[in-house]
Design a protein around this ligand. Structure first.
Ligand code: COA
Length: 184
């Protein structure tokens, strides 16, 4: 039924350097660190209260949000299980079988292909056996690293997705990228 929430099961995804897994309570300090990273703040929307208690509550709520079809967030974990980053979905739309995807990596993990690998694995799964038809990514216009990640994972820019008023004023704009399922 169209009104049912879009509930995704946690997939078993990874390679020899990383795997995707649910958030755990002992990851809370790492999440707080990400929430205070200016690059992560710019690229995503951490909560106003970025305390350890808020991070713990957010992690505790992850599975409930997944089961309610509200969000789906996975840790990008290293071979030693440390948190290297996150890839997740929000705005899940059961009628369109579409969602908004977002990602970040910790500053010390960047530049080694972590986001490219994780986002590609996640996107292939979501648009394949995950059963989604489309994923959208909202990326800052000049954010080259994220654009490279998106393009490597099969996303393409949506035509005319820049806000013309913002562009005319020379302000940083955000661009929408989309990846669609090829599964019939
Ligand atoms: C965007 C981000 C996730 C990239 O993570 P990463 O693990 O460093 O990504 P990768 O190592 O897979 O590199 C991705 C590409 O960006 C390129 N890149 C990395 N840093 C770059 C920079 N400062 N300028 C231009 N390109 C850059 C890499 O060379 C690579 O391209 P290539 O595969 O063609 O060589 C990370 O910088 C981040 O968390 N930023 C803040 C949060 C954010 O903006 N999230 C996106 C919201 S949608």
């Amino acid at each position: 039924m169209n009104g049912d929430p879009l509930v995704l099961e946690v997939p078993d995804l990874g390679d020899d350097q990383l795997r995707l897994r649910p958030w755990r309570l002992d990851d809370a300090p790492s999440l707080v660190r990400a929430w205070h990273d200016p690059a992560v703040i710019e690229g995503s929307r951490p909560p106003a209260d970025r305390s350890l208690a808020t991070a713990a509550r957010w992690i505790e709520g992850c599975d409930e949000r997944r089961r309610a079809g509200l969000a789906f967030d996975l840790v990008i974990a290293g071979s030693d299980d440390r948190v290297m980053g996150e890839v997740g979905l929000s705005k899940l739309n059961p009628r369109r079988r579409a969602a908004l995807i977002g990602w970040w990596t910790h500053a010390q993990e960047r530049g080694r292909g972590v986001a490219t690998t994780a986002v590609s694995l996640f996107t292939d799964w979501a648009l394949g056996s995950g059963g989604l038809r489309a994923l959208l990514a909202e990326i800052g216009a000049g954010h080259d690293a994220s654009i490279r990640v998106a393009e490597a994972a099969g996303f393409r820019p949506l035509e005319n997705s820049r806000n013309p008023q913002e562009t005319a004023r020379g302000r940083a704009s955000r661009v929408w990228y989309v990846a669609v399922s090829t599964v019939k």
